[in-house]
Design a protein around this ligand. Sequence first.
Ligand SMILES: *Cc1c(COP(=O)(O)O)cnc(C)c1O
Length: 387
Amino acid sequence: MGEPSADGRFGSFGGRFLPESLVPACQELEAAFRAAWAPDSAFRTRYRALLADYAGRPTPLTDCERLSEELGVRVLLKREDLTHTGSHKINNVIGQGLLTLEMGKSRLVAETGAGQHGVASATAAALFGLECVVYMGEVDTERQELNVFRMKLLGAEVRPVTSGSRTLKDAVNEALRDWVASVETTHYCLGSVMGPHPYPWMVRELQRILGDEAREQCRALLGGADPDVVVACVGGGSNAAGTFAGFVDTQARLVGVEAAGGSAIGRGIPGVLHGMRSYLLQDEWGQILEAHSISAGLDYPGIGPEHSYLADAGRATYEVAGDEEVLAALQLLARTEGIIPALEPAHALAWLVRAARDGTVAAGSTVMLTLSGRGDKDAEQVMAALR
Ligand SMILES: *Cc1c(COP(=O)(O)O)cnc(C)c1O
């Protein structure tokens, strides 16, 4: 996957739909990232060193014998659950934290829904000695008390957002507002491949490490061959974008799996939100609808613009998984492989289980699935759902 157009478009999606006051901040960020991301830059060297020595990369690719036997397809898992903090989000925040230093800024703001990106941002802020403010819908601060506490332990300030529906989309708006008012000192550390240009491109590039590693590891394991199918879950779409970046120029079929109650590609209509044009869940009047999922990390009402482009271009397909099959898939992986996944990647797994059983994925195929995070954070919720 290459660069978007000069105005940040992937086909007819993406762009920079913002009030004039925010455009210079995006332009400054784009220039800083473009310079930092040049091949063989000092930034890249430092980023890679931190991913190795702090975050624990490269993560393994696990060849799942017992699960493969159960499904009749060979399943390889890319183990982002084994990174520091337990998900792929660390790849993004280390990159954006370093970039904050590079731009001579001392403060990070971030939005969070379920709290995972807030915790990741607070982690990077602590690592780099940055002040950190996390905007979180008031409703979410009540639902995710433990993550609020984690952010505070890490030295961040959590600001509950009381506007709108008091959830993630309102937190994004508040973070944008803070950024424009304090852009001299502040970087907005956005959590997925969404928002105005350059974020969808920048965050995909920062997550590309995941897909590049997986491709090398697959080739080493498969005698130079690529997997037949590559699958990842999609909230905003960052772990899927990083994964797809590694395989887009192979013959592999690319599949993104959304939560059934948050399916922007399946049920959405193109529109503009948070500075980008993409598929969005909205009613006939253009009001943004709430997404629903057992997994708080997948309940964003939109999807990153590059996914909208890949869907329309037919290079990737987007499927859905429902709460019940997700819980079943989570238990299946736990019992066959001794790995408790987060609820988000359990969506990817749930689709794979269904697709292997109904023949959508042919018997004997090789499937590379990104296990974006570990399940510890969801244990209480899974316990309640299974009672
Ligand atoms: C946040 C999160 C996601 C969803 O975000 P994407 O940007 O779609 O990757 C998926 N899995 C885990 C474990 C997460 O924490």
